[in-house]
Design a protein around this ligand. Structure first.
Ligand code: GDP
Ligand code: MG
Length: 719
């Protein structure tokens, strides 16, 4: 006897206890199960995508439906015990088909993968007469979900047009029109698989089939059809296939044999183009039952939610149309999947987001961004891509936008940090480079610029998600800032160079061997011309050196001419200050007195005079004084031998334009400052007041010398 009974040993998967008889999808209180996800998970169906099948069985109560399913699919649906005839199947049960023979011989056709079988409570109403609408509801539910509807019917019921089965089929056709009418563009087909039980054999299958087809067409014509579908034919929606089975109790071996043969029609492979006979009858012994057109295209992981929603709509007596349900399912599942994808993304990205406040270049950000985005999106595409395309595409776009906007924040921060870094490294490297060797500034700048820009670009490129984010503007900003930095550093370097040049000139002007002080030893009309020559040659030489150095700094010709201009002005100031120093009254007096003494107190041989009585002290004194007093006007004005002013303005040249824009700093000139080469007073070394004061001082000291000389003769006479 068959082992597939209430206490049968056949089980599904490892869940012997809980899922021994599958799950009760709809219970006797019309509640939808909450355990379907667990059941599908336990049987490895949840992640099967579209790779599963759903079939249902219909028929009057106690016509051996559960028995048939158990034989075909090795399920353990409860069957009525033969001694106590009462209803066993309550509500709707679901169980996964298993194929104990299939695995042993791979060449033998075996059951399709992941066949979920629904055993629907019988429809006699004999025991649930008061609840007629369950029949309609379960039909709706089965049709909305199943690819194949097995219609279980006794041979002697065939042709009984008024029989319960025909009432059920009328219901099936009606609800089918309701379910799919909103989406007339897509034809959802279903297969009605008639299994005629207790076939005695007097009436051939062909005749039974024709009788049933005639009945089905009659029912179809009698239906009131919704607008647009008035002229539709039954074969627009359904395929039919028919088979017979012998009496299980009277011909048990035959029954077993036939059910095993029948089982092969539920094999996996099925041609995409099935050959239909003209009357819409499919020879499923040739094609198998699982034509792709029947599949409801609900991914397995969406099945629990979808089926639950369908059932809810049915029990709430809401209009049910499958296209809308599929869209709703897609929204729900896409959102669920999206959450999981965001979690995956978070695992990688959140640590980087937490570190944002440090404002540093985050190592490894680029690859992490790419990995996180790719992982999240590919998971979404893989899992959500099976759902309603329009919804999926919209949700994919939402997810992409959401993730990208988070990555954008990281990207922008990374660019900012890399930018800051580039500038800092640039300044640091160049400053160190200058100190180290006084290296060639120009090539130091060029090399450092290239290095930091390469680093910046590499970091920006790594985070740009293959061009999704652009860094062109930031790169330009960095380049601009580097160039400004280079100009500034060069300016500083030029300023330092200028200071050194100025110092050299000062040294030259103050040289004891050939400097200004040395020249002042010989006061004559050629004094200032000599100093002028000293000045111009000194400055010209220094400028030659300066230009050489500033070229090494890669200074522009503008920067260079500005610096030269400045150097010339400063040089003059230096000289002018030295001249002031040299012409201080006390120093000049000493020098003038030197000239006077040489003439008055020493004789031609350089021997100190001893005045004797009768010698011409007055005459010598007057001559000596006059010689010296004649020197003073030569000192008063810095001029050339011909009495003209030196061409200082021409020597310095005009101030170049745009002085402030480049790094070379030229301080404000005070017009009043005599040291300023632009001052009109700059060539006046001794003002008339100073000449007077100088003359008076000299006269006083010379007169004193005269008095001393005079006193000397008197004392020598009196001795
Ligand atoms: P269901 O209510 O349609 O699911 O019917 P069951 O599978 O529970 O079977 C009801 C009764 O019919 C049980 O006592 C079975 O032993 C018996 N039965 C099963 N298969 C056949 C069959 O092929 N022919 C007949 N006459 N009885 C059957
Ligand atoms: Mg049953």
């Amino acid at each position: 006897m068959a082992t597939n009974g209430v206490n049968g040993s056949a089980i599904n998967g490892d869940h012997e206890g809980e899922f021994n008889h599958g799950i009760q999808v709809i219970d006797e209180n019309k509640e939808f199960t909450s355990t379907m996800p667990e059941y599908l998970t336990a049987n490895n169906v949840l992640q099967a995508g579209f790779s599963y099948h759903l079939i249902s069985v219909f028929g009057s109560q106690s016509t051996g439906k559960s028995t048939l399913l158990n034989h075909l699919f090795n399920t353990s649906f409860p069957v009525m015990s033969e001694s106590r005839r009462q209803q066993t199947t309550k509500g709707i049960w679901m169980s996964l088909a298993t194929d104990p023979d299939g695995s042993s011989d791979p060449d033998k056709p075996h059951l399709g993968k992941n066949i979920l079988v629904m055993d629907v409570e019988g429809t006699d109403g004999r025991e649930r007469g008061e609840d007629q609408d369950f029949e309609r509801k379960s039909a709706l539910f089965a049709l909305a979900t199943s690819e194949v509807l097995i219609v279980n019917i006794w041979e002697h019921q065939v042709g009984l047009y008024q029989g319960a089965n025909m009432g059920l089929l009328k219901t099936v056709f009606e609800v089918n029109l309701q379910l799919f009418q909103k989406d007339k563009s897509t034809v959802h087909r279903s297969l009605l698989f008639f299994v005629i039980r207790d076939h005695i054999g007097h009436t051939p299958l062909e005749n039974l089939k024709n009788t049933l087809l005639a009945d089905l067409n009659n029912i179809w014509h009698g239906l009131s059809k919704p607008p647009g579908l008035e002229s539709s034919s039954i074969s627009d929606f359904f395929d039919f296939t028919f088979t017979t089975l012998p009496h299980k109790l009277l011909q048990p071996d035959q029954f077993k044999l036939e059910t095993q043969r029948l089982k092969l029609r539920f094999r996996e492979e099925s041609p995409t183009n099935a050959n239909y006979s003209t009357d819409g009858v499919l020879d499923t012994s040739k094609t198998g039952v699982f034509l792709p057109a029947y599949h409801r295209r609900i991914p397995a992981d969406g099945l629990p939610h979808y089926a639950g929603n369908i059932w809810r709509m049915i029990t709430e007596n809401k209009d049910l149309d499958l296209p809308t349900q599929q869209e709703l399912l897609a929204q729900y599942r896409c959102d669920e999947i999206s959450v999981v994808c965001v979690e995956l993304f978070d695992e990688v990205i959140t640590p980087f987001e937490s570190a944002l406040s440090q404002k540093i270049v985050q190592p490894g950000l680029g690859p992490a961004m790419k990995t996180a985005l790719d992982t999240a999106l590919s998971k979404f595409k893989e899992e959500a891509g099976r759902y309603h395309k329009v919804v999926y595409n919209r949700k994919l776009e939402d997810l992409e936008k959401k993730l990208q906007s988070r990555l954008k924040v990281l990207y922008v921060a990374q660019l900012t940090a890399a930018h800051k870094n580039a500038i800092a490294v640039f300044a640091d490297t160049i400053q160190k480079g200058i100190k180290r060797s006084g290296a060639d500034f120009a090539s130091l700048v060029t090399e450092t610029r290239a290095t930091v820009l390469a680093d910046f670009t590499a970091e920006a490129e790594a985070c740009s998600l293959e061009g999704a984010f652009s860094y062109t503007d930031e790169l330009h900003a960095v380049e601009k800032e580097l160039d400004e930095g280079a100009t500034r550093l060069r300016g500083e370097e030029m300023t330092r160079l200028l200071a050194r040049m100025e110092k050299s000139l000062r040294t030259k002007f103050t040289s004891e061997d050939d400097g200004v002080a040395y020249m002042f030893k010989t006061i004559s009309p050629t004094l200032y011309p000599r100093i002028w020559t000293l000045f111009t040659t000194g400055v010209t030489d220094q400028i030659a050196i300066f230009t050489q150095r500033s070229t090494a700094l890669n200074a522009t010709s503008d920067e260079n001419s500005q610096a030269v201009y400045k150097l010339k002005k400063r040089a003059w100031k230096v000289l002018r200050t030295i001249l002031d120093e040299e012409t201080k009254e006390q120093g000049l007096i000493t020098r003038l007195m030197g000239y006077f003494d040489k003439d008055f107190r020493y004789d031609d041989q350089g021997v100190p005079r001893v005045w004797k009585a009768g010698e011409d002290i007055e005459g010598t004194f007057a001559k000596s004084k006059e010689t010296v007093l004649k020197l003073i006007p030569d000192l008063a004005t810095f001029q050339l031998e011909d009495g003209s002013k030196p061409p200082l303005a021409a020597f310095i040249g005009d101030a170049p334009e745009g002085v402030e824009e480049v790094g070379v700093n030229i301080e404000e000139e005070e017009e009043e400052d005599v040291a300023s080469p632009t001052s009109t007073k700059t060539f006046i070394i001794l003002t008339p007041g100073r000449i007077t004061s100088l003359t008076e001082s000299f006269n006083r000291q010379a007169d004193q010398a005269f008095v001393d000389a005079k006193r000397g003769t008197i004392s020598s006479v009196s001795q």
